[in-house]
Structure formats: C-alpha cells, structure tokens
Write a protein that binds this ligand. Structure first.
Ligand SMILES: NC(=O)c1ccc[n+]([C@@H]2O[C@H](COP(=O)([O-])OP(=O)(O)OC[C@H]3O[C@@H](n4cnc5c(N)ncnc54)[C@H](OP(=O)(O)O)[C@@H]3O)[C@@H](O)[C@H]2O)c1
Length: 218
C-alpha cells in the first residue's frame, strides 16, 4: 500500500516504521522539510519525504499525525478542502486534549475526526491509534499478558475500515469495531480521560471490569 503521512514527529515515526517493515511505501511530510527528510532516511528505502500536498496525494491511505492545533492549517496546506484527499482513507490519530486539564479542546462541538471529515472533502476518515503512547505502537508486537493490543476503529466507510483493520494487523494488533464516525469523539474523550488517570499514577485498565462482569456478576 502507499501511505502518506502528514506529520514527521513521534507518531509518524512509530507507525511509519511499523508500516514500512510490513512492506508499505511511505511519503512523510512535516513543518520542517529537514525533519521529514531525516525521518524518511531513518525509516529506510521504503520512505521518502515530501510536502504536505505531496504526502496527501501519494497515499491510498493518509495518516494525520500532527498536533491538534495544527490540524486546520495542515489540512489546508495538503489541499484537503480542494479535494486532494478525495477517495483516500484518512486515518486520524490526533488527540485534542487540553494539557494539564485532560479535557477536550473540542468540548461542546464536533469531534476532531468529524471536523477533519468536514474539511477533507471526499476522504474516508477513520479514527484510530489515538489511545496508546507512541512507544506502545513501536512494540513488535504490542502484546500484554499474552493478548495482542485491541485497537478500536471508528469510521463510516466499509472499505476504509477494512483497510484500517489490515494496517492494525500489520502491527500485530487486533482491530475492534468502534462504530461510525459519530462515535469518534468518544475515542477522543476516552484518550483524554485515560491520560488524566495515567498522569495521576492510576491504572486506567483497572477501572474497567473484565468482559464477563460487564453486564453484572450473576
Ligand atoms: N505521541 C503519542 O504518544 C501519541 C499517541 C496517540 C495520539 N497522539 C496524537 O498524534 C498526534 C501527533 O503526535 P506526535 O506525538 O507525533 O506529535 P509530535 O511529535 O509533536 O509531531 C507532530 C507533528 O506536527 C507538526 N506540527 C506541530 N505544530 C505544527 C504547526 N503549528 N503547523 C504545522 N505542523 C505542526 C510537527 O512539526 P515539528 O516537528 O516541526 O514541530 C510534527 O511534524 C497528536 O495529535 C497527538 O495528540 C500522540
């Protein structure tokens, strides 16, 4: 698959490296071309660097991996409003979390993923990969207590979801149906809440019962 990456930071590195290992071709882009070039070099021969617009049109799949505040400007520079991402799978891993408060920067409005879908005309947006730290995405594979990490996906297009599922499996993880894009905000809120717990030293996993107790104990 051809994957364009909007962003040349930690998530671009973590996921891009995994996908290059799995045999995909990448174009990475960033605010500073030299950083994008350095990341492409580090990933290896399957990756090259380009502008935001070049990464957007290169990919059958495009990963949006920039800070949430930068999303509108990056989508604009990528030509998203003009249709550059039309027909492509646009994976949104961003977390619009207010630092220190662990609330949503989007509170009271549409989710970030829905805003992305509104701007990126014709793109098939899938929210994914936003719940775990970059170092988890670097694990080969992310397996805990013998179970592969489960990765929820929210999106509206069946083919785009199938593509995203295969990219999840490339990491050795198991995809989980999270519902339509209208539920992406729940993934964003979950990330905000869990990050808040982790920062306070609480184990976010421990606040949720195992499946067999989810609907009661009897
Ligand atoms: N890191 C994680 O563990 C993690 C996990 C799940 C989800 N996420 C989400 O994934 C997204 C990317 O995170 P990250 O850790 O990869 O961030 P990062 O390392 O800071 O990289 C972000 C990328 O966005 C670019 N950028 C930042 N501000 C910009 C601006 N104003 N205009 C244009 N480009 C700008 C950065 O360029 P420069 O390099 O030039 O600054 C860089 O290419 C975020 O939304 C984050 O919430 C992160």
């Amino acid at each position: 698959m051809r994957i364009g990456i909007l962003g040349a930071g930690n998530m671009a590195d973590a996921l891009g490296t995994q996908w290059a290992r799995a045999g995909h071709e990448l174009t990475v882009s960033g605010r500073h071309p030299d950083r994008a070039a350095a990341l492409a070099k580090q990933i290896g021969p399957a990756a090259r660097a380009g502008s935001w617009a070049e990464a957007a049109v290169f990919g059958d799949v495009v990963l949006l991996a920039v800070r949430d505040q930068a999303v509108p400007a990056v989508l604009e520079a990528a030509g998203a409003a003009a249709g550059a991402l039309r027909g492509r799978v646009l994976i949104d891993c961003t977390n619009p979390v207010v630092p220190g408060r662990f609330t949503l920067a989007t509170q009271g409005g549409s989710s970030m993923a829905e805003r992305v879908a509104e701007t990126a005309v014709g793109a098939h947006v899938v929210k994914a990969f936003n719940l775990c730290h970059e170092d988890v995405w670097r694990m080969t594979p992310p397996v805990f207590d013998g179970s592969p990490l489960a990765v929820p996906l929210c999106g509206d297009d069946a083919d785009a979801l199938a593509t995203a599922r295969s990219l999840v499996r490339d990491l050795g993880c198991e995809p989980v149906e999270g519902g339509g894009l209208e539920r992406a905000g729940l993934l964003e809120a979950t990330a905000a809440f869990m990050i808040g717990l982790w920062v306070c030293g609480a184990d976010a996993q421990a606040v949720i019962p195992p499946l067999k107790f989810a609907f009661g104990a009897r």
